[in-house]
Design a protein around this ligand. Structure first.
Ligand code: GSH
Length: 219
């Protein structure tokens, strides 16, 4: 299994992370995303006409779109990650996979604008990204009230893997993650999973900040 990969891409990191968590062996083929723009060259456009990474190759099958790749890799290497326990859980996983594309289109765009100077309507991206984080926070509060620490149920699924990277990298695009205590707890649960791997830029600092709220007075 080959992942056409860029180390600073959150969408590629999703695939590396799931591979690490499931113990799947994948070969990384680095792409000169920046400054080379290799993903826009003819051989890459032949694999993915939309000109994005990740691209995934396995035994003659070429897959694009991170959510599709997560689904395939989970089916192959760790079916429990698909979240097929109940129809409701399966539906929620599908919902969060679709939602993750809103994260790419908002936080992802704000991040490449700020880090790589790519043109974007930065204020619109930040507004949309903040709205996405609020929706994740609200959903996680509901989940916690039901005794569940993860997005689709009481255990991690590809829904969490699809939404975790962009949420954690939001500060790279000028979007704060500080106001969201449930996101903070959720990301801690993900980090604690056996086999978890980091990506450069994932903000540990966020974890280390004190919980929001008034500072207790010293006695
Ligand atoms: N919907 C795609 C989005 C992937 C995407 O936007 N990837 C970024 C890198 S993280 C990319 O290739 N952007 C193209 C560019 O900025 O030229 C997916 O989920 O795989």
């Amino acid at each position: 299994m080959i992942l056409y990969d860029y180390i600073l891409s959150p969408d590629c990191y999703k695939v590396r992370l799931l591979a690490a968590l499931t113990g799947a062996r994948i070969t990384l083929r680095p792409v000169d995303f920046h400054p080379g723009g290799e993903h826009k060259t003819a051989p890459f456009l032949a694999m993915n006409p939309s000109g994005t990474i990740p691209i995934f190759e396995d035994d003659g099958l070429i897959l694009t779109e991170s959510s599709a790749i997560l689904t395939y890799l989970a089916a192959k290497a760790g079916p429990a990650w698909l979240g097929d326990d109940t129809p409701a859980m399966r539906g929620r996983v599908a919902q969060w996979l679709a939602f993750s594309q809103r994260l790419s289109a908002s936080i992802g765009k704000a991040r490449v604008h700020d880090m790589l100077n790519k043109p974007a309507d930065i204020q619109a991206c930040r507004r949309a990204g903040t709205q996405c984080l609020r929706e994740i926070e609200a959903a996680l509060v509901e989940q916690r009230l039901a005794g569940h620490a993860f997005l689709a149920g009481d255990r991690p699924t590809i829904a969490d893997i699809a939404c975790f990277p962009h949420s954690m990298l939001a500060p790279d695009g000028g979007i704060s993650v500080d106001p969201y205590p449930s996101i903070r707890l959720w990301t801690r649960s993900i980090r604690a999973l056996p086999g978890f791997i980091e990506m450069p830029g994932i903000h540990r600092l966020h974890d280390l900040k004190p919980e929001p709220g008034p500072i207790p007075e010293r006695v």
